[in-house]
Design a protein around this ligand. Structure first.
Ligand code: ADP
Ligand code: MG
Length: 700
C-alpha cells in the first residue's frame, strides 16, 4: 500500500461516480444521476440494476455482507449486517442483493432512543437509502448510507432532518437568486469542512484508567508540572509514532474517499487536528462520523487510543470541531464570496445579512445544537469560545456594513452614500489573523466558521439549525422582495434594516474575556446559556417550534423527542461519571493513600524504635494531612453517592438535569479536589493509575 500512489487507491472502497459509470448501463446511470442530483424518484427496475452492480463490485472487493448504515439519536452510527448469501437449488449458495434491499431496510428499532416517538411495542423502524451519499466498503461489509424513520414517518435519526434543512434552504435561496435574475440555477447546497480535534494517548495507560474507559475523560488528576504553557506543541514537530498513525489514518480515509488534507499538532500536549476538504453537508456529516470511527480503529492498531471527548483533561485545552460552512449553487458559485460586479456584491450582502439575522434570531438553537455534558466543560467554562453566540466579521466588512447602515461615506468611495448595485465593494481579504480565534462564529473570507461544536458532536445538529435559520431569513427577505416595484431600493432598505436590527450580534474583539461576556449580556442582551440544562428546553420555545415546523425540518413531536433525548443523554453521562468517581475513589484512591500513610507511620515508628529522640516531623505532618484527606475523600464519596441515589426520585428529566448541574457536578468537583491533593502528596509508586504527566507526555 505504501508504495502505491494516492491517486491509484483514493476512493477505491467507494461506489462513487467513476464506479457507477463503469458498471451501470447508460440508461440506469442516467436515472440514478437524476435521483442523486435532482432528487427524482427511483424506479424499482433501476434500483435492482444498481443493487446488482453494487453487490458485484463489493463481492469482488471481498465483501460478504451489507448493512444499512445510519445515525440514530445516540450520536454514533449503527449498522446491522446481513449476508449476501442465499441458498441455491443445487445445495450451494449464490450472492444476492435486490433493489428492495438496497432501498429499504427494517432494523428492530426498539433499542434505539426515540424520546417517546415510538411506543416500544411498535418496535419497527425502517431505513431508507440516501443515494446522495455514496455506498462504501468497511471491512467485509458494504455500507449503504440511510435515513432512519419510524413507521409513522417520524425521523429517528439525524440525517433526515439534515436533508430536510438542506432542502428548505435551497428552496428559499432559489427564490432570492431568481430575484437577482438567475433563471438557470437548480439548487443551492451547503458545504461543510469540519476541522476535527483529538488527543492521542497510549493504550497501555488508557487501560489503567477506569475514568477514561467508562467516560472518555479523566475525572481525577493533579496538574502535571508541564502543561501547555510553553505553547511548544502547536504546529510543533510531529513525533514519529504520531506521524505513523496519521499516515495510516490518511490512507484508510482516502480509500473511503474522504479528503483528509491537513493535520497538525494542536495547542495542548498530545492534541492534534485533522481536517478534510469541504464537501456537501450530508456527505461531510457521513464522512465525519466515519472519520471519527476510523480514527479510533487505526489508533488501536498503533497501540494508541484516540480521545474524542471535549475535555479529556482539566487544565489544558479541550477539543472542538470547527464547522466551516458555505452556500454554493449547483453551478459552483459560492454565495458567501464577494463578487466582481456591484450586482454580485449586493447579492453577497443579502446572503451575508441572512446569516447575520439567522444567527441573531436563533442564537438559542445554535447554542443548544452543540450542547452536551462534555461540551459544557468548554463553552461557558474557562475556555474559548464562550457560550455567548456572536459573529466576527473583521474590521473591513464591519466598516462596509456601518457605511450602509448610516449612509456615511465608506473610505475611498466617492459617492456620499454606499448604495447597493451602484458601488463596487472593496475586495475583502481573507482573514488570516489569529485575533478571531475566540469567536464562536467567524466570517473567514468566503465561508463562516462555527466554532462551538464539541469534538465528539455529530455535525448534523449544528448544520440542521444553521440551515433552517438561514432558510427562515431568506424566506422573510423573499416574501418582502417578490413583487416590489423598485427592487434596488427595497433591497437596500432591507439590508440596512438587518444591519441596524442585528448589529448587536457582531463582535470583533476577544470573546474570551469577562468584560465581553458582561457587555454581551448586560448591554447587548445576547443570550448566555452556560450549560445543557439551561439551553436545551428552549428547543421547544414557540418561535423555534414555529420556524422549524414551518420549513418542514422537524415535526413538533420530533422536537419534543430530541429535547427529551438530549437531556437524558446529559443526565446519563454525568451519572456514569459520578458512579465512576465513587468507584475509583473508594476502591483505588483511598486504599492507595491509606497504604502510603501506613508506610509513613511505619517508618516513623521504626525510626523512633531506633532512637526515640529522632524527630519524624516529615512523616507525622504528612500522615496528618493524608489522614485528613482520606476522611475528606470518604465523606465526599458518601455525599456524592447519596446525591446520585436521590436523583432517581426525580421523574421529570428537566428537573433531573438541574439537580445534576447544581447538585452532582459540584460534588464531583469537591471529591476531585481532595483526591488530586492526595495525589500530589502520595508516593508515585502507590498511585493506582497513570498521572497527567504520564498521559499527556506518554506518546513518544
Ligand atoms: P483554516 O481555518 O485553518 O485557516 P482553511 O480555511 O484552509 O483552514 O480550511 C479549514 C476547513 O474549511 C477545511 O476543511 C476546508 O476544506 C474548509 N473550507 C474551505 N473553504 C470552504 C468553503 N467555501 N466552504 C466550506 N468549507 C470550506
Ligand atoms: Mg479554521
Amino acid at each position: 500500500m505504501e508504495k502505491q500512489k494516492v491517486s491509484d487507491y483514493f476512493g477505491c472502497m467507494v461506489f462513487d461516480d467513476r464506479v457507477m459509470k463503469a458498471n451501470l448501463s447508460a440508461d440506469v446511470y442516467r436515472s440514478l444521476r437524476k435521483t442523486i442530483d435532482e432528487g427524482a424518484k427511483l424506479d424499482i427496475g433501476v434500483a435492482n440494476a444498481v443493487a446488482a452492480a453494487m453487490k458485484d463490485w463489493a463481492v469482488a472487493l471481498g465483501a460478504t455482507h451489507y448493512t444499512h448504515w445510519f445515525q440514530p439519536l445516540t450520536g454514533v452510527t449503527a449498522e446491522k449486517h446481513d449476508g449476501f448469501i442465499s441458498p441455491s437449488p443445487d445445495g450451494g449458495v449464490i450472492m444476492e442483493f435486490s433493489g428492495k434491499e438496497l432501498i429499504k431496510g427494517e432494523p428492530d428499532a426498539s433499542s434505539f432512543p426515540s424520546g417517546g416517538l415510538r411506543a416500544t411495542f411498535e418496535a419497527r423502524g425502517y431505513t431508507a437509502w440516501d443515494p446522495t451519499s455514496y455506498a462504501f466498503i468497511k471491512g467485509k461489509t458494504l455500507c449503504i448510507p440511510t435515513a432512519f424513520c419510524s413507521y409513522g414517518g417520524e425521523a429517528l435519526d439525524k440525517k433526515t432532518p439534515l436533508l430536510r434543512s438542506m432542502e428548505a434552504l435551497s428552496k428559499q435561496a432559489l427564490r432570492i437568486l431568481r430575484l437577482f435574475g438567475n433563471k438557470t440555477v437548480k439548487c443551492v447546497r451547503t458545504s461543510v469542512g469540519p476541522e476535527q480535534e483529538y488527543f492521542l494517548i497510549t493504550k497501555e495507560m488508557y487501560d489503567q484508567r477506569p475514568d477514561l474507559r467508562f467516560t472518555g475523560r479523566t475525572l481525577f488528576g493533579a496538574k502535571s508540572p508541564k502543561g501547555q504553557e510553553m505553547d511548544d506543541h502547536y504546529f510543533g514537530v510531529i513525533k514519529p509514532r504520531v506521524a505513523a498513525y496519521m499516515e495510516e489514518l490518511n490512507q484508510e480515509l482516502w480509500k473511503l474517499g474522504i479528503l483528509a488534507k491537513t493535520e497538525h499538532n494542536e495547542v495542548a500536549p498530545a492534541q492534534h487536528e485533522l481536517a478534510p476538504i469541504y464537501t456537501t453537508t450530508n456527505v461531510a456529516t457521513d464522512h465525519n462520523q466515519l472519520m471519527m470511527e476510523i480514527m479510533q480503529k487505526v489508533a488501536a492498531k498503533h497501540g494508541l487510543v484516540c480521545l474524542l471527548h471535549e475535555k479529556p483533561f482539566a487544565g489544558v485545552n479541550g477539543s472542538g470541531k470547527h464547522n466551516n460552512w458555505s452556500l454554493t449553487t449547483d453551478s459552483g458559485v459560492n454565495l458567501l464570496s464577494p463578487g466582481e460586479t456591484p450586482y454580485e456584491n449586493a447579492q453577497f450582502l443579502l446572503f451575508l445579512c441572512a446569516v447575520i439575522k439567522a444567527v441573531d434570531d436563533y442564537q438559542d438553537l445554535l447554542r443548544l445544537a452543540v450542547a452536551t455534558a462534555g461540551n459544557d466543560h468548554r463553552l461557558g467554562a474557562n475556555e474559548a469560545p464562550p457560550a455567548v453566540v456572536s459573529i466576527f466579521l473583521g474590521d473591513e466588512l464591519s466598516a462596509v456594513l456601518e457605511a450602509i447602515e448610516t449612509g456615511a461615506p465608506y473610505k475611498g468611495i466617492e459617492k456620499t452614500q454606499m448604495k447597493l448595485g451602484v458601488d463596487v465593494l472593496p475586495k475583502f481579504n481573507r482573514d488570516t489573523t489569529d485575533r478571531n480565534r475566540t469567536s464562536p462564529f467567524a466570517f473567514t473570507g468566503n465561508k463562516f466558521e462555527f466554532r462551538m461544536l464539541g469534538s465528539s458532536n455529530s455535525i448534523a445538529c449544528a448544520n440542521i439549525m444553521l440551515n433552517s435559520a438561514v432558510a427562515e431569513s431568506l424566506k422573510i427577505y423573499a416574501d418582502r422582495l417578490e413583487g416590489v416595484e423598485d427592487f434596488e431600493t427595497a433591497l437596500h432598505e432591507m439590508i440596512r434594516k438587518t444591519i441596524k436590527d442585528h448589529k448587536h450580534i457582531i463582535f470583533n474583539g476577544n470573546g474570551y474575556d469577562d468584560t465581553w461576556i458582561r457587555e454581551a449580556t448586560e448591554k447587548r442582551g445576547l443570550l448566555n446559556y452556560r450549560t445543557t440544562p439551561d439551553c436545551m428546553p428552549h428547543l421547544l420555545d414557540k418561535k423555534n417550534v414555529a420556524m422549524l415546523t414551518a420549513h418542514g425540518v422537524y415535526s413538533e413531536a420530533e422536537l419534543r423527542s430530541r429535547c427529551e433525548i438530549m437531556l437524558e443523554n446529559y443526565c446519563k453521562a454525568v451519572q456514569i461519571e459520578a458512579n465512576t468517581m465513587v468507584d475509583m475513589a473508594r476502591t483505588q484512591i483511598a486504599p492507595a493513600v491509606e497504604a502510603y500513610t501506613m508506610e509513613l507511620a511505619r517508618t516513623a515508628a521504626a525510626k523512633k524504635a531506633l532512637d526515640a529522640g529522632l524527630a519524624c516531623g516529615y512523616e507525622s505532618r504528612l500522615v496528618k494531612r493524608l489522614s485528613v484527606l482520606t476522611d475528606e475523600i470518604a465523606d465526599r464519596v458518601e455525599e456524592l453517592e447519596s446525591a446520585v441515589a436521590a436523583l432517581h426520585g426525580a421523574e421529570d428529566i428537566q428537573v433531573q438535569s438541574f439537580a445534576i448541574r447544581d447538585g452532582i457536578l459540584p460534588k464531583m468537583g469537591e471529591l476531585r479536589l481532595a483526591c488530586d491533593e492526595a495525589e500530589t502528596l502520595t508516593a508515585k509508586r502507590y498511585w493506582p493509575f497513570p498521572t497527567y504527566g504520564d498521559l499527556l507526555f506518554g506518546v513518544r
